[in-house]
Design a protein around this ligand. Sequence first.
Ligand SMILES: [Fe+2]
Length: 541
Amino acid sequence: MRKSFLVGEREMKQKQSWFLRIPVLCAAVVGAILGASLFHALRSFWVFYDPNTFFLGGSIGIFVLSLAAIALLITLLALRVYVPRWKGKEAQLPKAMRVCAVVGFVLAALILVAVVVILCFSGEEAFSVFSLYLKKDLPPVLIFTGAAALFLLMPLLSGKKKAVFAGVMVLCIVFSCVQTVFPLQPYRFVSAPVVMDTGEEYAVVFATSQQGTGYIHYTFEGKEYTVYAQEHGRRIGDRMIHSVRVPHAHLKNNEYQIGSTRVIEQFGYGSRLGKDIQSETYTLRVKEDKTQKLLVVSDWHTRVKQAKQAITYLEDYDAVVMLGDSAGSMDFEEQAVRYIVQFGGDITHGAMPVYYVRGNHETRGAFAAHMPEYLGYDSCYYRAQRGEYSFLILDSGEDKEDAHIEYGGMDEYAHQRSQMLDWLNEQQTKQGEKFIVFSHDWKVSEPEPEVSRAAWDKLQSLGARFMVSGHYHVCEFLEKTNETAAPYLTAYPDIATYIDGGVKKNVVTVSKLTLTEQGVRFEAADNLGQKVMDTTLPWGK
Ligand SMILES: [Fe+2]
């Protein structure tokens, strides 16, 4: 009887010590750090801000628990490494340590499960922003992990292993220091130029791999110009996206080169500059013929590959309208680089004007406030002229009221739309002007119906014939069967409203508008090669 009790006791001891074995605790610490880092990056996912799906403040609560798991597991490991009576495989460990280990393991495991669940519910669009958040978090995570490894592992190692570990850590520290002082990444253009037509001038927009200055070089009427991206006389050197503004006349049907100088550091007295790069020669072709072909792309939501594929089925075009919603949000400058500037450069090669229309998803995130300026726009609503065709570009902003919880108390779009309405009311057109309106959301002001109706009243009085929009991820003309649209179609029968496509189930549809003296041909194709629209409507109804 006594013998079997002793065997049971020994087995129990072995089981207990398994939880607290040093390699197991080390693995748990690594797992907990990984889980916390991933969760911190992933918590931008919208479910954490939607009270109908999750509880408010849920993300920060879970993150605090993930930090608690790290603290608990590191404390246990430190006790096992540094307290003499708790060192070694045979050490008798108190019950409290076993309980703490179980709590730490369970918390770390739950965080990792949460990470997997979020990843399973995330699409391609969410992954892109997660990777950027992760990249931002990486330096502090590596510093913390390195310091913890030094603190916890050095006493466990001896002889050759200790020397190798110390050598690797020293090399990492030296590399990090060198990298900070002399960045090792190559400096290059990461996009062809995109020539944004702001209505008043051209903004030549391009991106580089790191921060630097941006300039363009061209000759106009025999005189050479080198024009820099600058504000109030100071060259801008802290951006990857560069926008250089020049008068229409200077660049229209003219050759130009883009250039940039890497800026490593700027001081009050002096600066440290890096490599200077200059591009091949581009030529901006501005067609002002009676027949014009406009490529219209909206709601590609990071699917640039599919969008480019769809564009190949629409053949040639003379200008591009980027109708908004390039990505789910604008948290980082890199998102605008990837999904607007690189995409725009790929489909235009700096050879035709681009008209940018802001989508509601481009009003979200910390970078959203800066993005229009980075693309060369002082205002997201403006007028532009292409030969005898007049474009009016509107900024429909967000599609919910500013107080909506998703916007985190940072939106002021009602005021923006009110200002736009004042501006719109000052607009005039000539008799018989061929006039197209572009607005990401055809309603113009979804949260304020009275502003929508006032805007549409004005558009009708200006003689607008076509409203070209996106936002709904379909390709169609609005019909009276659409309950929301019916009152507008009845009140404004002269305005035909077209929704140009976008992404749906990973298939992207894009449109081409061929403007002629008689009317506009609307064509659309998706990246599977299907032609989903081919309709021609006259200017006069
Ligand atoms: Fe949208």
